[in-house]
Design a protein around this ligand. Structure first.
Ligand SMILES: [Zn+2]
Length: 74
């Protein structure tokens, strides 16, 4: 597994509220203690936060595009 894949993987790691072990956020059941994780994985997203993330993502994409454009024209 590459480092890029690992960081992608790590972003989805959360702690099991029952046993404290690392579990993936899309899991509905802890593989270690078989505790319920549903309330964790289906947390409703704050629309204000989503909007902010979208704005930041747009800025990052535009900045990257600008860098690529500038470096391609050097
Ligand atoms: Zn657990």
């Amino acid at each position: 597994m590459s480092e890029k894949d690992m960081s992608k993987f790590k972003r989805h790691i959360t702690k099991c509220p029952h046993c404290g072990k690392d579990v993936l956020d899309h899991m509905t059941e802890c593989p270690f203690c078989h505790g319920e994780l549903e309330s964790y994985s289906y947390k409703p997203l704050d629309p204000e936060k989503v909007k902010r993330i979208r704005v930041i993502a747009t800025i990052v994409i535009l900045a990257l595009a600008a860098i690529i454009f500038i470096s391609a024209n050097l």
